[in-house]
Design a protein around this ligand. Structure first.
Ligand SMILES: NC(=O)c1ccc[n+]([C@@H]2O[C@H](COP(=O)([O-])OP(=O)(O)OC[C@H]3O[C@@H](n4cnc5c(N)ncnc54)[C@H](OP(=O)(O)O)[C@@H]3O)[C@@H](O)[C@H]2O)c1
Length: 164
């Protein structure tokens, strides 16, 4: 059974772009601090390319890396920070759901796309500028999502959506 809440978290340009190759186009300190705060204590599912781009296991939460070759992922030494590698998105949801009722999905493009229909919530940092890149978030259709909060900042908003 899926966890009660599966929250997609991303920082996204006004044109829907979230990445350019392996690069994440936005570097906003307040966004990263908030990402850390809201995801801490919860399982965080991410694709292998996003994990490689981050380049380390994040403290304070359990990262579940999705890859077709889990045996090739170097797990955190001594089991801390907590990290796992699994061979399918299904296995990631099973593991995450066994750990917590609230699970975050942190991208990248392939993972958002495959997980999209199962997401119950979106926690987005919507940047008021377009970005270069071909990795995009699926469109947020108003018939599927209702905006529940918006916190304006300088040049971006923290926005949450709930599935209708
Ligand atoms: N703006 C944001 O908030 C945000 C957040 C995250 C990422 N990003 C950006 O997104 C981009 C990366 O996204 P991406 O789409 O290229 O890569 P990704 O989704 O991070 O990772 C793709 C990899 O995940 C594994 N994978 C995907 N689906 C799988 C499945 N069903 N079963 C098993 N393994 C599976 C495969 O790993 P293997 O090749 O190892 O098999 C695949 O190559 C970067 O530009 C990054 O900066 C942006």
């Amino acid at each position: 059974m899926d966890p009660a809440r599966i929250i997609g978290i991303a920082i996204v340009g006004a044109n829907g772009v979230i990445g350019d190759g392996d690069r994440q186009p936005f570097e906003i300190a307040e966004d990263w601090a908030r990402f850390k705060r809201v995801t801490s204590g919860h399982p965080l599912i991410m694709g292998r390319r996003t994990h490689d781009a981050i380049g380390r296991w994040l403290p304070g939460r359990t990262t579940i890396v999705v890859t077709r070759t889990p045996e090739a992922v170097e797990l955190p030494a001594g089991g801390r920070p907590a990290g796992h590698a699994v061979g399918s998105l299904e296995a990631a949801f099973d593991l995450a759901g066994s750990l917590d009722d609230v699970v975050y999905v942190a991208g990248g493009g392939t993972i958002y796309e495959q997980a999209w229909e199962r997401l119950t919530d979106l926690d987005l940092t919507e940047v008021h500028a377009e970005a270069e890149g071909s990795v995009r978030l699926p469109p947020i259709h108003p018939d599927a999502w209702v905006e529940v909060s918006r916190e304006p900042r300088d040049g971006f908003d923290f926005v949450s959506y709930r599935r209708r």
